[in-house]
Write a protein that binds this ligand. Structure first.
Ligand code: DGY
Length: 335
């Protein structure tokens, strides 16, 4: 029987499904037991879990590893090229979290422009009796211009929501999307044009060498003073020190952030700014979606370890032993 190491936040039902096929060792809090995790990995064929940290040294110690299933859509925390070189399949959980993460993005657009947290706190703290006047007013969302930086699944799902709010939607993307321009009226812009024209600049790009620190002080300066920056991508897409300086200098009106350069966010000036809404990286965190993500990852690891092509294979270029030429072809076609 193949052996699987499962890390954090799998429910009994998921573990049960895994145990129907594999010998499973589960660690609810792997950071508290790094040595036990390392010992289990030495014998493991599969690894499944959220927030996985995988290093070369760790892979050297896990010679039998065939597949890793991350319970996330993002995999910037994983060494994809190295996994491929070693013939280790990597899967993620796309699709199932698209709508929920788009809800989070739109929630941040609404919350930052309508000052939701600040005003809700005012009520909680018994300050409703104070005059609520112009200094507390927010800005409209409907009818404004949304600039999507990245128009993948989640970006498109946010754009769809924005159209329901009668917003104009611009996008900058490596490739233009003529079908979405024709059907939805989206407008393609260069990155610079998008910054200059948008009331909300919303980041949904994956973190890559090209997108790291895509937005910093200078890009904020290129935005409208009345604009908001929304980040549900990855923290490092934004140069946080530059953003803080831009907010201090009043270059933009505010920000709605679900992700940060260092998580958890601690002792940051962002936490003391009324015009910044900070969330603890909860883009996909609903009961329904986290359940769907775990199910998806379980399905993927089962397929990978049972010699099938996993549905959400990230690295079809990986060539595990026992994976036939024909299966390899199919994997590449499916991408
Ligand atoms: C994802 O699925 O990538 C979320 O951002 C959680 O990491």
């Amino acid at each position: 029987m193949k052996r699987v190491v499962a890390l954090r936040r799998l429910k009994a039902s998921h573990l049960q499904r895994l145990r129907e096929h594999f010998e499973v060792t589960y660690f609810e809090e792997p950071e508290r037991q790094p040595e036990a995790v390392a010992v289990a990995l030495r014998q493991a064929h599969g690894l499944i879990g959220g927030k996985l940290q995988v290093t070369s040294a760790m892979l050297d110690e896990a010679p039998g590893l065939e597949a890793i299933a991350t319970i996330s859509v993002g995999y910037d925390n994983l060494p994809v090229d190295e996994l491929s070189r070693r013939g280790i399949l990597l899967t993620n959980t796309p699709d199932v979290l698209t709508e929920t993460t788009a809800d989070t993005g739109f929630m941040l657009i609404m919350a930052s422009s309508r000052r939701l947290v600040e005003l809700a706190n005012m009520v909680r703290e018994g300050r409703w009796t104070q005059h609520v006047g112009e200094p507390q007013f927010g800005h409209d969302v409907h009818g404004k211009t949304l600039g999507m930086v990245g128009l993948g699944r989640i970006g498109r799902a946010i754009a769809r929501r924005a159209l329901g709010f009668n917003m104009r939607v611009l996008y900058s993307n490596a490739s233009s999307k003529p079908e979405l321009e024709a059907e939805w009226g989206l407008e393609h812009r260069t990155f610079e044009q998008l910054l200059a024209e948008s009331d909300f600049v919303c980041l949904t790009v994956p973190l890559t060498e090209q997108t790291e620190h895509l937005i910093g002080y200078e890009q904020c300066r290129a935005m409208k003073r009345s604009a908001f920056l929304i980040n549900i991508a990855r923290g490092r897409v934004v140069d946080e020190a530059g953003l803080i300086r831009a907010l201090n200098d009043g270059l933009i009106a505010g920000a709605g952030l679900d992700v940060f350069e260092r998580e958890p966010l601690q002792d940051s000036p962002l936490l003391r700014m009324d015009n910044v809404v900070t969330l603890p990286h909860i883009g996909s965190a609903t009961h329904e979606t986290r359940e769907a993500m775990a199910n998806c990852a379980v399905e993927n690891i089962c397929q990978a370890l049972q010699g099938e092509r996993p549905r959400d294979l990230v690295n079809p270029q990986a060539r595990p032993s026992g994976f036939s030429e024909q299966q390899q072809e199919q994997s590449v076609d499916a991408k």
